[in-house]
Design a protein. Structure first.
Length: 134
């Protein structure tokens, strides 16, 4: 546990200097709406990423850890929500809506597990922690 905390401290600049993190709820929702209007799937390529976020490729590679030219939008928006400046209740509501994929206003156990995995995976990428070793 101590080594993980030292990694978090060492790499906290990655979180603090990331323009996609610390957004307000309204900016996060606007960004999500932009994503939905441009993308037809949950895979986000560099050109769409740059259109939506107006940032350079350096921010894309944080999320594209397997170097396949795509990032998982659910994972990205999970991380953006968790590290947003919104109130906890608003973050939970945003995540609920994000993972209510069949829009029945309900999440089953597997949806919640997937949401938790996406949030954890995002945090690993933000802090540059290798998932296989933790």
């Amino acid at each position: 546990m101590g080594s993980q905390l030292s990694i978090l401290q060492l790499n906290s600049h990655r979180k603090n200097n990331n323009p996609l993190l610390g957004l307000s709820l309204s900016k996060l929702c606007d960004t999500m709406a932009s994503f939905k209007s441009i993308c037809e799937s949950f895979a986000l390529d560099l050109s769409h990423f740059q259109k939506i976020f107006n940032v350079n490729e350096n921010h894309f590679v944080i999320w594209d850890t397997d170097n396949n030219g795509l990032i998982d939008a659910l994972e990205l928006f999970s991380g953006m929500a968790v590290f947003s400046s919104a109130k906890f209740e608003d973050i939970i509501r945003f995540l609920f809506d994000l993972f209510d994929l069949n829009e029945v206003n309900s999440l089953c156990k597997i949806d919640v597990e997937f949401m938790m995995f996406s949030c954890m995976s995002s945090a690993y990428k933000i802090y540059n922690i290798n998932e296989e070793n933790h």
